[in-house]
Design a protein around this ligand. Structure first.
Ligand code: UT7
Length: 321
């Protein structure tokens, strides 16, 4: 009858970087970071690869599921370990998921939402039984540690959801994604390619460049638009939604989303305090936190909502099983 979110998992690197330690790197202080973002600490992958984190999150989500039943792996990331093979292909090989089609998606911080949007359509069209949708990032490898406007924000980690065909459950009720042109280039990461003997390319900085105020403004507007769209498509009201799982970019953006949709902040999963912004991994990690909290009951309506570079935004509304 529908595509359900059957289980979730997450993985964080061992090393934690506290706000206090950042004030030794750049001109900042813990109180500013907490007041302006809600972040107290974040995890940084020192020993772990992105693949290690993705595999750990996937293993937790899969539990003792039959590996041969996984027929699709979509990995949302802007920081793959390698360009080729894709992270999806690496996860498939490492976990021995021999029946899976695997590839990556780049929709920046909206990547996990785009992954679910793709997966739902593919699973319905191709009668795919089970899929792994993973968000994984090592953002701290593309962070400029001399830029106080960005280096206090980001962290590393991975989250995973297993999607399943169900004959009796509704699962995903509606979904909506949208791209907006980044006309001012307010959120970019350059690629540093090797020079060839035939071209003399300018060196580029492969760091996150961000105009935080512009992204903030975009986020608040886009979140409102995509939240309204999924509610309308499903024919339900914001009050009918039990929990909201937003992208974890800034606690003030989450508060604005709650105000915009006239819902109490208690309905919103807030995980940013201990993880920072982990781009495509933020939503699946926060979803795993919500699912582990023991609060969710079968039939509860949950909305995932994200925004990010591209610019991109999207939301997914589903019923818990
Ligand atoms: O995942 C999607 C991508 N990212 C986002 O969604 C981020 C969206 N934007 C934001 O979260 C916020 O804009 C930031 C947290 C990045 C910045 O907060 P803000 O309230 O917009 O601060 P601001 O950039 O307007 O800066 C205010 C002041 C400035 O000083 P002056 O010019 O008023 O003297 C900044 O230089 O705060 C200063 N500042 C800092 N001070 C201490 C900026 N970064 C820091 C810092 N520590 N780390």
């Amino acid at each position: 009858m529908g595509i359900v979110i059957a289980s979730t998992g997450k993985a964080l690197p061992e090393f934690k970087l506290e706000n206090e330690q950042l004030s030794k790197l750049v001109d900042t202080n813990s109180q500013w970071i907490i007041d302006r973002t809600g972040i107290e600490t974040r995890h940084i992958a020192i020993k772990e690869t992105g693949l290690d984190l993705a595999v750990k999150a996937a293993e937790e989500a899969m539990g003792d599921m039959d590996k041969d039943s996984i027929e699709l792996i979509l990995v949302a990331t802007v920081t793959p370990d390698m360009l080729v093979p894709s992270m999806g292909a690496l996860v498939k090989k490492t976990l021995g998921l021999k029946n899976a089609i695997a590839y990556d998606i780049n929709a920046a911080c909206s990547g996990f939402i785009y992954g679910l949007w793709n997966a739902e359509a593919l699973m319905k069209t191709h009668k795919i039984k089970r899929a792994l949708i993973i968000g994984v990032e090592r953002l701290t490898r593309i962070t400029n540690w001399e830029d106080r406007g960005t280096c206090v924000l980001f962290g590393d980690g991975s989250g995973c959801a297993v999607l399943e065909h169900s004959d009796s459950k509704k699962g995903i009720m509606s979904s909506f994604v949208k791209n907006y042109d980044d006309v001012t280039n307010c959120l970019t990461v350059d690629m540093q390619y090797l020079n060839t003997p035939f071209a003399d390319d300018e060196p580029k900085e492969p760091y996150i460049h961000m105009n935080g105020t512009q992204v903030f403004r975009f986020a608040v507007g886009a979140i409102g638009e995509v939240m309204d769209a999924v509610l309308q498509k499903a024919g339900i009201k914001a009050d009918d939604v039990k929990y909201y799982v937003p992208h974890q970019a800034n606690v003030r953006i989450i508060q604005s989303a709650a105000q915009r949709i006239k819902q109490p902040i208690e309905k919103f999963q807030v995980s940013i305090r201990t993880t920072g912004n982990v781009s495509a991994a933020s939503i699946p990690m926060a979803l795993a936190d919500l699912m582990k909290s023991g609060k969710v009951r079968p039939g509860d309506k949950i909305m995932l909502v994200g925004f990010g570079g591209g610019l991109s935004a999207g939301a997914i509304l589903f019923e818990a099983i």
